[in-house]
Ligand binder design. Structure first.
Ligand code: NAD
Length: 350
């Protein structure tokens, strides 16, 4: 029978709840306790989730029943909480962004190695259905050679009124959503990333980026645009992939809300389209008899893969599904993007 591991959560806000909720469904990891610096959050942990609440973080680290600490606090305290847990002999799951910068992350990775303990970052959006669908389309070469990918998340509320508004807590949209979308990009494209150009927006927030656009150019010339916006009252498609022979789109959050449109053969005669002030052949759409509309491929939903992998790593039967080297690459990419935004020019990456 497989060993069952015990986890305890530090930081019992939105994401702490989510871990606790998901772990209720895991047959390999039990969530047994929590600790938050705010008393009302501890009450929720005890009363709604039936968790043991620790007096403080040290109390949690001293509990011999705990195998895994899950760090779900604001970003500025990840480094110290993770390092303390590793040094106390615990394995660690840490929320994204794992750290404020690559210097902190290098120190965390070094400490994990020295202590012989697991440090795994919750880059959970590697298993998002929409991402897996687009990755499948990219890998299948169904669209012919892909030359451009656009990936967006758009909201219209600015940055919510909490620590995400303040740089000293690790706020801003690069560290919040950029980290997911850039991670997905590096997981999808197995090439060297040569150039990065980034702009940041400050529409509703003066001190933290409330929007980002990162344009990455890969070795083959493929251009990949990542955009996070918080003042987008009309959102643009979440995925848009352009190949020589076709286009794929996912429009919103629903993974199946999209399609593939592909060429079925030679273009034939182009029917001009009437524009405001004249006609154009160049911008005319394809005739219906030269294209086909295809549904998006289906992919496995992959629920629970992350925690199962954590348990398998601790059993010694699997490698980390999220390697710390891959997380460090994303952290360095975000730093390159910040540098580009500051210089207002493209910067070399790899
Ligand atoms: P939150 O503000 O809802 O919760 C954070 C909690 O941490 C608060 O209750 C706060 O009181 C507590 N806290 C702060 N400092 C602490 C300390 N030193 N010790 C103990 N508790 C402390 O924030 P959130 O939305 O839950 O985000 C928490 C982390 O999870 C962030 O790193 C965020 O980026 C990440 N997150 C990840 C995802 C994902 O999909 N992977 C989604 C949301 C948030």
């Amino acid at each position: 029978m497989s060993k069952i591991y015990n986890a305890a959560i530090v930081g019992f806000g939105g994401q702490g709840h989510w871990h606790s909720f998901l772990l209720n469904k895991s047959d390999r990891i039990n969530c047994i306790g929590a600790y938050d610096i705010r008393a009302e959050r501890n009450e929720v942990a005890a009363n709604e989730y039936n968790l043991h609440v620790y007096n403080d973080y040290e109390d949690m680290l001293n509990d011999e029943k705990v195998d895994i600490i899950i760090v779900a606090t604001p970003n500025d305290v990840h480094h110290d909480l993770v390092v303390d847990a590793l040094k106390a002999g615990k394995n660690v799951i840490c929320e994204k962004p794992v750290a404020m910068n690559s210097i902190e992350l290098e120190d965390m990775i070094k400490t994990a190695k020295e202590c012989g303990k697991m440090l795994m970052v919750n880059q959970n959006r590697r298993w998002d259905e929409d991402f897996l669908i687009m990755k499948e389309i990219y890998q299948s070469a169904d669209l012919g050679p892909v030359h451009r990918i656009e990936r967006r998340v758009h909201g219209a509320h600015g940055i919510p009124g909490d620590w995400r508004q303040y740089p000293e807590y690790g706020g801003g949209m690069m560290l919040d959503w950029g980290v997911h979308l850039l991670d997905q990009m590096l997981q999808m494209i197995p090439e060297k990333l040569k150039k990065v150009y980034c702009t940041l927006s400050y529409v509703t927030n003066e001190r933290c980026d409330d929007g980002i656009t990162v344009i990455s150019t890969f070795e083959s010339g493929l251009v990949y645009v990542v955009e996070v916006g918080t003042s987008n009252f009309i959102p643009l498609p979440s995925w848009y992939m352009l190949g020589r022979d076709g286009t794929a789109i996912i429009r919103g959050w629903g993974a199946q809300d999209g399609e593939i449109v592909k060429s079925t053969g030679p273009d034939g005669e182009v029917v001009p389209v009437l524009t405001a002030n004249g006609i154009t052949k160049t911008m005319a759409p394809r005739r219906d008899d030269t294209i086909e509309h295809k549904p998006l491929p289906t992919v496995d939903k992959c629920y629970g893969v992350f925690y199962k992998n954590v348990a398998d790593v601790l059993d010694g039967t699997a490698e980390q599904a999220i390697s710390n080297e891959s997380v460090l690459r994303v952290m360095r990419l975000m730093e390159a993007a910040f540098k580009s935004a500051k210089l207002n020019e493209a910067v070399d990456f790899e």
